[in-house]
Design a protein around this ligand. Sequence first.
Ligand code: AKB
Length: 307
Amino acid sequence: MILVTGANGQIGQVLTKRLREIHGADNVLASDITKIEGYEEKFEFLDILNKIRMKEIIHDYDVTQIYHLAAILSANGEWNPKKTWNINMNGVLTMFSLAEEKKIDKIFLPSTIAVFGTTTPRINTPQHVPLMPETVYGMSKATCENWSNYFYNRYKLDIRSLRYPGIIGYQSLPGGGTTDYAVEIFYAALRGKAYTCFLKPDTRLPMMYMDDAIRATTEIMEADEKDIKIRTSYNLAAMSFTPAEITAEIQKHIPTFKVKYEPDFRQDIASSWTESIDDSHARADWNWSHKYDLEKMVKDMLENVRV
Ligand code: AKB
C-alpha cells in the first residue's frame, strides 16, 4: 500500500489522484487531519504527530511506500513558529523512524525553494549552496533534507526529494504559502475582479505548473535507485516570473484585468528567496524536463479554472 500524508493539500489532492491512476485506487491510502470529498474510500484520519496512529496505519495497511506531504507552509508558518517546527520536523522524524523499523521501500519527502536565504546566489541558484533560510518553514525543510541524507546513508532508507518552486494548478487551492498569489490571481481575473497582490510587481520567483510538479514527483520515485545521486533534495525548475509579468500574460487573454499592489509580510519572505534555479542535476541524473512555460501555463489555467 502507498500512504499519502497531507492528502488534502494543494499538491496532495492532485498527487493522490495521479498515484491512484498509476497504481490502482485500492493501492493508495489518503490521510490527513480533515477529510474532503473524493476520499470516500481508502482514507484515514492521521495527525502526523500521533506516532501510535501512524504506526498502526503503516502496519495495518502493510504500507510499502510513503509520500509525506503534510507540512505548514512559509507564510502560515510564521504565525506559530514552534508549532510549525514541531509538525514539519518531528512529524518527519517520527515517520522516518517508523519507516526504518518497518523497512519501507521508498519515501518521497518534498522540500522547497524556501530552504534558500539571502546568502544564497539569487540567479540560477546552484544545487549545492549554503542554506540560511529566514522562515521557520525553510529552516525545518533544510533540516529535513539533512535528515533524509542521514537516514539514507546510515539505514539505506530510500528517501527521494525535490525542492518544489511555487506550484500553480487549477485542481486545488494553495494554503498559507508565499507563492499563493500566482493561483489567486486567476480566480480574480476570471471573476472579472481586480486583484490585490501581496508582493511587489517586480518580485521574481521560481514557479512550476502542477502537471510538471506531479510528473517530476512520479518520475523521481520511478527512477532507478542508482540514478538518484542527491539524497538531500534536488533543485527543480520550470519558469520564473514576477507579478507584473503574469499579469501581462493574463491581460493578453483578458485585457480589462487590473492588479494593484499592497505588499505585506510575505514580501520579506519572497525577497529572501532566489529568483531562478539551476536544476541541471535533476535533468542529468533522472532525465527531468519541464513542459510548461509562463505562456502555456496561463492559457491552460484560464481554460480550466472553475469560478
Ligand atoms: C510557499 O510559498 O510556502 C510554498 C513553497 C514555495 O514551498 N509554495
